[in-house]
Design a protein around this ligand. Structure first.
Ligand code: IPE
Ligand code: IPE
Ligand code: MG
Length: 243
């Protein structure tokens, strides 16, 4: 029987997704090149990953590069790709040690072949870990992901493996890049912008949002802990009546 009281639970944010925005502005305000802001942002990624276990965050999803970010200058795109390569090379051993299970979501076919290979390598290397499920969105766009998932489902229907009437929310979810992952509970965005910029459009349908006025390079473990505390004061109703 449906019990509305059950719907008003106050859960912990076990899956947090972050739109890490504001690196460029952080750097420019200090008279530094935009890439210096991105490099600083990588340090914050390290801190946030480290803070997850104490905050009971079991799943962390980070927006690193969108399908729209290809519009940036060649220099900035190349610099970001260098940072991704360096991150995988430098952090892989630490990720294993910390029990982090890393996977990427996005349309990786447009990335350089060597980077694609590094991504597959580190995914395989960390695939048995279960302390923290870290998902990095790279060349990721929510609409692009929905299109690719729809194509996968359509191919199965054409092959007779699935009927049209079997397609439901669970089917679509399973065919997303995030298949098997829980939906995010909390989506954070730094930089002061109040928009989702094509991030997890399907998965975050009922997430709680928190838009922060600071830039990503200023996002410390303390700020992260505050965000989790703030989430814990919220009441999630999922459409049920108040009371
Ligand atoms: C976010 O910071 C990082 C990426 C999009 C790769 P930005 O580079 O967007 O920083 P701002 O928004 O220009 O300050
Ligand atoms: C969103 O930030 C993408 C990432 C953080 C990777 P953008 O800076 O690219 O988004 P807009 O341009 O403000 O929408
Ligand atoms: Mg930005």
């Amino acid at each position: 029987m449906a019990n509305t009281r059950v719907a008003h639970f106050k859960p912990t944010a076990s899956h947090v997704a972050i739109i890490m925005d504001g690196n460029g502005r952080w750097a420019v305000r200090r008279g530094m090149p935009r890439l210096a802001g991105h490099a600083k942002g990588v340090e914050r990624v390290r801190d946030v990953i480290k803070a997850c276990p104490d905050l009971n965050v079991s799943h962390l999803t980070l927006y690193a590069f969108s399908t729209e970010n290809w519009k940036r200058s060649e220099d900035e795109v190349a610099g970001l790709m260098r940072l991704f390569r360096r991150y995988i090379k430098k952090e892989s051993a630490k990720l294993v040690e910390a029990g982090v299970n890393l996977r990427f979501i996005g349309n990786r076919m447009r990335l350089d072949r060597d980077l694609q290979e590094m991504m597959a390598w580190v995914e395989e290397l960390t695939s048995d870990n279960d302390k923290l499920y870290l998902t990095v969105a790279l060349d990721y766009g929510g609409r692009d992901e929905i299109i690719r998932a729809t194509r996968r489902v359509a191919a199965k229907v054409a092959a007779g493996e699935l009927t049209e009437s079997q397609i439901d929310e669970a089917t679509l979810s399973a065919h997303m890049d995030t298949g098997g992952l829980p939906d995010p509970d909390l989506v954070l965005r730094t930089s002061g912008e109040v928009r989702v910029s094509n991030f997890l459009l399907w998965q975050a349908a009922y997430a709680e949002y928190n838009f922060l006025d600071i830039c990503w390079p200023d996002f410390t473990a303390e700020v992260f802990a505050d965000c989790i505390r703030n989430y814990n004061t919220r009441e999630r109703r999922f459409g049920a009546a108040v009371g």
